[in-house]
Design a protein around this ligand. Structure first.
Ligand code: HEM
Length: 113
């Protein structure tokens, strides 16, 4: 079982995130649609047993760290302010880049190529 926030034992294991963009359902019980990665990210950040934070806290942190604020404005415009829901969308977009790549290339046996 994965460790939850503050070292507590969570009731499920943390799934790997490589190629998560290809999943049609998310979470072990499939409660989220695969296209709904931003909601999965929001749940991770905000639920007490995961990261126990909230959207406003996260947006404040980004405002307070000059490097992060500069990156935010590079992505979303010079005047834009970090905004909770958009942060979850941005992290979800990042998750879509975690591609496991071509399994053919990593096949251990040359005969399978
Ligand atoms: C920003 C940080 C995080 C992101 C972006 C993230 C992302 C995700 C995503 C996309 C899923 C669904 C994956 C799937 O169904 O295949 C997931 C599930 C899960 N994650 Fe995270 N996660 C984060 C932080 C954490 C932390 C800190 C923990 C543990 C303390 C954790 C533990 C889990 C567990 C146990 C599940 C399965 C939940 C269930 O089936 O009900 N995650 N996470």
């Amino acid at each position: 079982m994965s460790r939850g926030y503050n070292g507590t034992e969570y009731f499920r294991n943390a799934p790997g995130l490589l190629s998560v963009r290809l999943k049609t359902r998310l979470m072990w019980d499939g409660r989220l649609d695969g296209a709904d990665l931003p909601t999965a990210v929001r749940d991770m950040v905000t639920e007490a047993h995961f990261m126990n934070a909230d959207g406003r806290l996260i947006q404040e942190r980004i405002r307070q760290i000059p490097e992060l604020l500069a990156l935010w404005r590079e992505a979303f415009g010079a005047q834009s302010q970090p905004y909770g829901p958009q942060i979850f969308v941005a992290i979800a977009e990042f998750l879509k880049t975690l591609d496991g790549g071509d399994t053919w290339w990593t096949a251990p046996c040359a005969a399978t190529r």
